[in-house]
Design a protein around this ligand. Structure first.
Ligand code: TXA
Ligand code: MG
Length: 307
């Protein structure tokens, strides 16, 4: 039994809370989301309030594999290929929206972000609900995304009604956002699915291959802990800086993992723990710029920009 009574594994209970217009923290393979029924304007309004997020920053609609995705968006050939190959999975497709998609989800844009997450508990919830949900990452705006049910409760306090506990996330950083709105295919936010993979699946040359996140709301400063984040390119450089700062009586730690999967998986938890330990500075070693390393560098660079 968890210490917080709002943390549960009861999918039926979560469905009932959503049906009543409530907010439920949901597990996904990337990070935990804050879900509300997408077609319920009042409930979606509460998501923006709970996160203290500007309403101009649109939300991702999360859909079950058994729903008909074409009710929500118009998938061109590239989008269709990506969906078939990578869903359920850590991919969000940005496509022209259908008439079903309300303005309160997209902030009035004519595109919609769609994702089928790879998490059995959340897919069961969507099927029980028979409806799609919006789900931004379940953290307060600009802060570090949650990768456990407890993180969600710690961040959002009373503004979340229930959190469905599906265990720790298995990827640890947000989905790759791919825009497929015309003939071009663009990466708006890097994630586990890489530009190379997207190019291979679609056969389309990807513009802005490894650039920084460009989706609205992906401000330069984002994913930020309270501690100051400083970036280094080598472990040696990080150790030198560590010695200098600790000589100045500062509370410092180094963030570094050789293995990229572990780096992504533990990134947000490590930043949260640094705050719990009252670190003043986190010295992060940037991983090499390939594969998952691209997404980790993106998040670290944004965390450092908040200093
Ligand atoms: O892995 C994920 O994608 C997680 C989990 C919970 O699924 N969700 C997530 O949502 O990261 P959020 O809201 O924190 O980030 C979604 C990003 C935002 O930067 C938002 O601006 C962008 O997607 N986005 C959503 N709809 C859009 C649209 N119609 N046009 C452009 N950008 C959009
Ligand atoms: Mg977010």
């Amino acid at each position: 039994m968890n210490s917080d009574s709002r943390i549960t594994q009861d999918v039926g209970l979560a469905r009932d809370v959503l049906r009543r217009g409530g907010l439920v923290g949901i597990p996904t393979e990337t990070v935990y989301g804050l879900a509300a029924v997408a077609l319920n304007e009042k409930a979606v309004g509460r998501v923006f309030e709970a996160k203290a997020r500007p309403t101009s920053h649109p939300l991702i609609i999360h859909v079950s594999p058994s729903d008909d995705i074409h009710r929500w968006g118009q998938l061109n050939e590239s989008a269709q290929q990506l969906a078939e190959t990578l869903w359920p999975g850590p991919l969000t497709l940005l496509v022209p929206r259908t008439q079903l998609v309300p303005d309160w989800v997209t902030g009035g844009r004519d595109t919609v972000a769609l994702r089928i997450p790879a998490h059995d508990m959340t897919i069961s919830l969507l099927d029980a609900l028979g409806d799609a949900v919006v789900a931004p990452s379940a953290n307060r705006f600009g802060q570090v995304s949650p990768t456990t049910a407890q993180h969600v409760v710690n961040d959002l306090g009373d503004s979340v009604d229930l959190v469905l506990d599906g265990g720790p996330c298995t990827i640890g950083i947000e989905s790759t956002i791919v825009e497929c709105t015309n003939s071009s295919v663009q990466i708006l936010r890097p994630g586990k699915v890489t530009a190379l993979e997207v190019a291979k699946i679609t056969g389309v040359n990807i513009s802005a291959l490894d650039g920084p996140s460009r989706a609205p709301g992906m401000l330069l400063a984002h994913y930020a802990p309270r501690a100051r984040v400083e970036l280094c390119t080598t472990l040696r450089e990080a150790r030198d800086r560590f010695t200098r700062l600790t000589n100045d009586q500062m509370s410092v730690e180094i963030l570094h993992h050789e293995d990229l999967v572990t780096y992504a998986l533990s990134l947000y938890d490590n930043l949260r723990t640094a705050d719990l330990n009252n670190r003043e500075v986190v010295i992060a070693v940037l991983p090499p710029e390939h594969g998952l390393g691209i997404a980790i560098r993106d998040r670290l660079t944004k965390a450092a920009a908040s200093n």
